[in-house]
Write a protein that binds this ligand. Structure first.
Ligand code: COI
Length: 351
């Protein structure tokens, strides 16, 4: 397999340590950076060497499978700057593996695991000055795998584009103590045999209308129930969910309708490390309403406490703040990511 790396563009700008960004004001919105990575391959071939090119619009056929049929996958991961100025990426191999699984489901050609990781490293390196100062945010990295080329019929893409871009970000949700969730009992995010278990672009746009409606009623996010029974909790609009009762931390299983989150997996491991029993199993909405604590996990949301859940006309309030397990798990995770504690797990990849 050809290496993914390509010579980095040299510019006088890259001599500056930091880009001109108001780091304190970062939310989860695009701040365009300087460069992106692009590789293309024809159907039946594998990706050859990609290129770091200036960040900008791309040209694509109006007849491309991504535009016509939503044939595309995306990933999300982050790079962190440590106090001693190292830049490290959190578990990129896990995102690479997930893209591989998704590509298999959508009949697409994926980059190899090595190429994915190398492309992410190259993108971060080229945009080094956009990695926020320690504690001021992260560089969010967005790898895309899209059906490009032209195909009028429903068929594998004649060409696939693998692209990686990045943006500095702050927090995903603007909430102080925790999310106020609305349980959606009318719509479902995923169904058995569908694409809920892979990071297909098509999993996200159907959620937007529901999210806006929920927000207009004062909620911060939606919690979806499973399509098969309408009794078990699945996911929020953009992250996984956990409940806590006593010493038991439970999260729905990744059996095809739930995204196998990298943060979900890491938080399960950290919770076990500090003596909690972590169960991956069906969690009913009744159990949710009886939990002591609820929290969401994801690359964008990190670990975010849920303050209230509303199901029909019932509203339940949960533990949040210093006493909450989610607060402890969040700092265990971010301390590793930011280099405040030693990464004994080998999760961080230096660029
Ligand atoms: C992430 O956490 O990286 C995600 O993919 C969520 C995204 C839909 C904002």
């Amino acid at each position: 397999m050809a290496p993914a790396s390509s010579p980095l563009p040299i510019s006088s700008e890259s001599d500056e340590k930091y880009a001109n960004v108001k780091w304190e004001e970062l939310g989860f919105a695009l701040t365009p950076t300087d460069y992106m990575y692009v590789a293309k391959c024809k159907e039946g071939e594998s990706f050859s060497q990609g290129k770091i090119v200036p960040y900008g619009d791309i040209s694509i056929s109006p007849c491309s499978p991504i535009l016509n049929y939503g044939q595309g996958l995306f990933e999300g991961l982050k790079a962190y700057r440590t106090e001693d100025d190292r830049i490290r990426i959190f578990r990129p191999d896990q995102n690479a593996l997930r893209m591989l699984t998704g590509a298999e489901r959508l009949c697409m050609t994926p980059p190899s695991l090595d190429q994915f990781v190398e492309a992410v490293k190259q993108t971060v390196l080229a945009n080094k000055k956009w990695v926020p100062p320690p504690g001021k945010g992260t560089l969010y990295i967005r790898p895309l795998l899209i059906g490009s080329g032209a195909s009028l019929g429903v068929a594998p893409a004649p060409e696939t584009t693998f692209l990686v871009y990045a943006s500095p970000v702050g927090g995903y949700h603007k909430v102080s103590s925790g999310l106020n969730l609305k349980v959606d009992h009318k719509h479902h995010r995923a169904h058995s045999g569908g694409t809920g278990g892979v990071k297909s672009c098509t999993n996200y746009s159907p959620v937007v209308k529901l999210l806006l409606e929920a927000k207009s009623s004062g909620f911060s996010d939606i919690l979806f129930l499973d399509a098969a029974t309408g009794r078990n909790i699945e996911e929020l609009s953009a992250c996984n969910i956990f409940i806590v009762k006593g010493n038991i931390v439970s999260t729905p299983p990744t059996s095809g309708t739930i995204l196998p989150g990298v943060t979900r997996k890491s938080i399960s491991e950290l919770a076990r490390d500090i003596g909690y029993q972590v169960q991956e199993r069906d969690v009913s909405v009744d159990e949710l309403l009886e939990a002591e604590e609820v929290f969401g996990t994801g690359t964008a949301v990190v670990v975010t406490a849920v303050e209230t859940v509303t199901f029909h006309d019932k509203k339940v309030k949960y533990r949040t703040g210093e006493a909450a397990l989610s607060t402890k798990l969040r700092s265990m995770l971010t301390n590793i990511q930011m280099g405040i504690v030693e990464d004994k797990k080998g999760w961080m990849v230096e660029i």
